[in-house]
Design a binder for this molecule. Sequence first.
Ligand code: NDP
Length: 600
Amino acid sequence: MATPQAPAPDELARLKERYRHERERRVRPDGAAQYRAPEAEFGYYADDPYTAGPDRREPLHDTVDVAVIGGGFGGLLAGARLRQQGVERVRIVERGGDVGGTWYWNRYPGVHCDIESHIYLPLLDETGYVPEWKYAPGEEIRRHAVRVAERFGLYQHALLRTSVTALTWDEAAETWLVATDRGDAFRAAHVVTATGTLTEPKLPGIPGIEDFRGHTFHTSRWDYAYTGGTPDGGLTGLAGKRVGVVGTGATGVQVIPMLAEDAGHLYVFQRTPSTVDVRANRRTTAEDVGAGRPGWARARRENFLRIVSGEPADEDLVADRWTSSAGLLEKLLPSFRRQGDRDAFETAYEAADAAKMNELRARVEQSVTDPATAARLRPWYRYACKRPAFSDLYYQAFNRPDVTLVDTADTHGIERVTEHGVVVAGTEYPLDCLIFATGFSVGVSGVHSGKLPVRGRDGAELLRTWAERGPRTLHGFTCHGFPNLYQMGSLQNASSVNFTHVLDEQAVHIAALVAAAEAKGALVEPTRESEDAWVAVCAQDAPDHEWFHAECTPGYYNREGRGRPNGPTAYPHGAVAFHELLRRWRAESLEEILRARTSA
Ligand code: NDP
């Protein structure tokens, strides 16, 4: 990590004290319990506004080669890599009306990906598509998801507007029985779970929220019928309306400038300001990114991953605020910590962090004309305590006379919602429309949530088998007692800010396992010993998250201020090392995971 101008020790001490103060101001005793799920009388907040009308079909009772739960980029990548391995009948089961996952649901005005599109969009080498913007708009990304599904024939067996409700291993037939909320009960030789993490919109449990008589919705279910316009703007339905938006996370930062443009008056209810760095979005050509060369997209994302993982790289192809802030983002990775002894690393990290945050606070000052508003927008915490955001329009929105920033930090958020509007510190703000940019519950879908029971050999339930000693997997994918079941995600696996890259490596690995099993007529199931060995690898060098998260302002990164659990939740040496480990394992040890079928 480059050491910028080291702040004087007394400045560092002052910053730390300020951060501590801001954190204390924000921590709430109710933690994550402050939020409400979109259920019961709030169920309509999660309804699908994009695919309307009846969708009748007969329940299915057929057999497929692989069931893939989830049609986001994880599921699409699994499907594509399986099809490349020659697997015929791949069935994606997806709750939404189409594929795309996060990009299906999040269509709010201004939605973009803030990871460079040439490394974020998967399968560019394979589909020949070259994104048009450095940071693609959501609609371009959603269309790419559709392109992938079409290109790899994944619509043929897909079940849309369908949720899997149970997975049961049929020992006699050695297949999975897959049950859904549409009455399907089909068989699959293999099952891949790709259910994502931030999947369910959450609402603040603000007293009186159910009393509001104006129009209201969550950003991930944008109501264009009410607002008019498209994700590119033109929200004519908001003309002359008093609009409130709650939340200034990565979503709020993107949507607020668009609302400011078209609302009669916009009230932004902020609790904790985001860090908002330079975006510098621009149109790109194939030549800009070397798209003529075979394998260009793979080379580009590998280069990005090396840089953000602290591995040596000859050049920085993406060259953006993620790569320039890599050490601050991934400071817990041993690859960064190797760059000097622990004390030297800590000193360099503290200095770099203070310099970066000073730069971001100065950006507010330079962009916002009213000093009181600027003061409220300055973030007081370490970099990456919250998801970094990027915009060249956000701060400027607060210079408009028709935008009001309402700081709710002192009251731990909005105090009350009434029939007519929102109350903060005793003042009521009358509103016609109230929009929640309040994010998503973490880990409430899929096999880890308890909502999707998975019964393996002898009826053993996956979460029960983990209850005592914690999750046990081989490489995060497979579990003893649960043959031919593969989990995608970061548990005991790798993670990175460019998560589609990680998902692609996972998809390649899973497809290789399925292909090997099918070629041999075998099952895929790790031994208990190999699981134990993998958990030990993950535990051995597990980074101590506590020191960082304990000092951060609350949010979903640190369980609303309670700190992250330590322990073997991820492979500790970073994604580059993990992908290399998987490649080696596939070349040398894959056979070890194959078991003879008894039903053969
Ligand atoms: P977040 O959880 O990041 O933000 C929720 C916001 O709502 C926070 O500002 C929070 O304040 C605020 N909030 C919650 N409750 C209250 C309350 N009672 N009163 C006032 N404010 C409240 O959700 P986002 O949807 O913004 O982002 C979620 C994730 O989605 C991101 O972290 C990122 O991973 C992803 N994303 C990625 C994008 C991309 O370009 N790649 C774009 C958008 C999102 P506080 O901080 O104080 O809790």
